[in-house]
Design a protein around this ligand. Structure first.
Ligand code: PLP
Ligand code: FVT
Length: 440
């Protein structure tokens, strides 16, 4: 039940902030109701402005992999804040974090820090265009790579939620440079390259898509992107903003390497976990490509707060704790939550499918999802949004905060302990019963 207090706050917010939110995915538009205004968070729990505590499965949309306000991360940020909030000059901590990333993700020799995932992918594309002397960009329908103009075409996440796959305000001339292919469709990608391969600068992909719900890449799909781009002199950009240091302690690239899939993208983008909850993201790749960036090369990129000392402190403190042991813990948490949801929905007779890559997962509702895997954006759009809506509200009433959209992943953390998992288990049963009433 939404607290009266939040409703008042929301009214105030809507007067001075469009839609009352600083990012559309936070609005409860798709499910209806007033978004919770959060005041504090600790471990697996968040507390809203009316003082209600809920188990959090949003996790700041990815960064909170250790749980909220991890004491060592907070201590690192406090210590950094005591020295300076921002310098606008190089720091030792940037070097430490860059070295950590290069050591963790072998193909990355150099890193450029920015403040958001949007900037990381925007810069990666500029770099790819400069490196190839070509203009066209290929993306997959339903993948979200931030909100730069070229990437708001057939984008997932908030746009998919609003049923508006592309944004107003993007000039046709720019949108025309972005070509869209269905996810998991090697034939469509081959055909596009056969036709226009010599004009394509890059293919950008979420190596495990998580912005149209979680989609499992077909075996060999990332390797096929690599093969096709290489054959045509185009770059492959692996956007690991969401999957990096989450799908495995390196990311989806690392997870697939361990599973025997061998593909190496030209550029990686990172965000979320790498900033430990502070505004920090990065792009990385081999030295010859990365040194096309200013001041060494001709590709301009900049940022007043890039490599901010509080953000690098949080990033180092977080990434240092993201190791194989932590991944085992998080995988167990994901096992528990997906088991609870699946068992409850099965028992209530609600058709659904849990899709999962590493600890990243989401649940699709509806007959079609019940019958076969959800492989692309068209499949994802066929889900039963009414069932999701009923499920969401019952789960919220039972004390668990889910993403207010059927097109988002659920984010677990190492801090989801037995107590939190019990609350989730009860909430999944309440959600399943509510969804069953809608399904009929
Ligand atoms: C795969 C992916 N790329 C890029 C972005 C954009 O990152 P940011 O929101 O930090 O701009 C996101 C954000 O959700 C993402 O999931
Ligand atoms: N999956 C989409 C996001 O994580 C975006 C978060 C935001 O823009 O608030």
């Amino acid at each position: 039940m939404t607290a009266e207090h939040d409703t008042e706050l929301f009214e105030r917010a809507c007067r001075v902030i469009p839609g009352g939110v600083s990012s559309p995915v936070r609005a409860w538009g798709p499910v209806g109701g007033t978004p919770r205004f959060l005041r504090s968070a600790s471990g697996a729990w968040v507390t809203d402005e009316s003082g209600r505590r809920l188990v959090d499965l949003i996790g700041s949309w990815g960064p909170a992999i250790l749980g909220h306000t991890h004491p060592e991360v907070v201590a690192a940020v406090r210590e950094a804040a005591g020295r300076a909030l921002s310098f606008g000059a190089p720091t030792a901590a940037e070097v430490d974090l860059a070295e950590l990333i290069c050591a963790r993700v072998a193909p990355v020799e150099q890193v450029r820090f920015v403040s958001t995932g949007t900037e990381a992918t925007m810069t990666a594309i500029r770099l790819a265009r400069a490196a190839t002397g070509r203009d066209l960009l290929v993306k997959f329908a339903g993948c979200y790579h931030g909100h730069s103009d070229s990437l708001l075409v057939a984008a997932g996440s908030g746009l998919a939620t609003a049923g508006r796959p592309s944004s107003a305000g993007v000039p046709d001339a720019i949108a025309a440079l972005t070509l869209v292919v269905p996810y998991n469709d090697v034939d469509a990608l081959e055909a596009l390259f056969a036709e226009r391969g010599d004009q394509i600068a890059a293919v950008i992909t979420e190596p495990a898509p998580a912005n149209m719900g979680v989609i499992v890449p077909d075996a060999g799909f990332n390797a096929a992107i690599r093969r096709i781009t290489a054959a045509h002199g185009a770059l492959m950009i692996a956007d690991e903003v969401l999957t990096g240091f989450r799908c495995s302690f390196t990311g989806e690239w690392g997870r697939e390497q361990q599973a025997g899939e061998s593909w190496v993208p030209d550029l990686f983008t990172f965000g979320k976990v790498v900033g430990g909850g502070m505004p920090l993201a990065a792009l990385g790749g081999p030295r010859d490509l990365m040194e096309l960036l200013a001041p060494v090369g001709p590709v301009y990129q900049a940022g007043t707060l890039s490599g901010n000392p509080l953000a690098t402190a949080a990033g180092i403190a977080t990434l240092s704790r993201v190791d194989e042991a932590l991944m085992t813990t998080i995988d167990r948490v994901a096992d528990s939550v997906t088991d609870s949801a699946h068992r409850a929905l099965d028992a209530a007779g609600v058709p659904h499918r849990v899709q999962r890559v590493g600890s990243l997962f989401s649940i699709f509702f509806g007959e079609s999802a019940g019958e076969r895997p959800v492989r692309d954006f068209t499949d994802a759009q066929a889900q039963d949004l009414a069932a999701h809506k009923a499920f969401f509200h019952a789960v919220d009433d039972a004390g668990v905060l889910l993403p207010p959209s059927a097109f988002e992943a659920w984010f677990v953390s190492a801090a989801h302990d037995d107590q939190a998992l019990e609350v989730i288990d009860r909430a999944m049963r309440a959600g399943a019963e509510a969804a069953a009433r809608v399904v009929g």
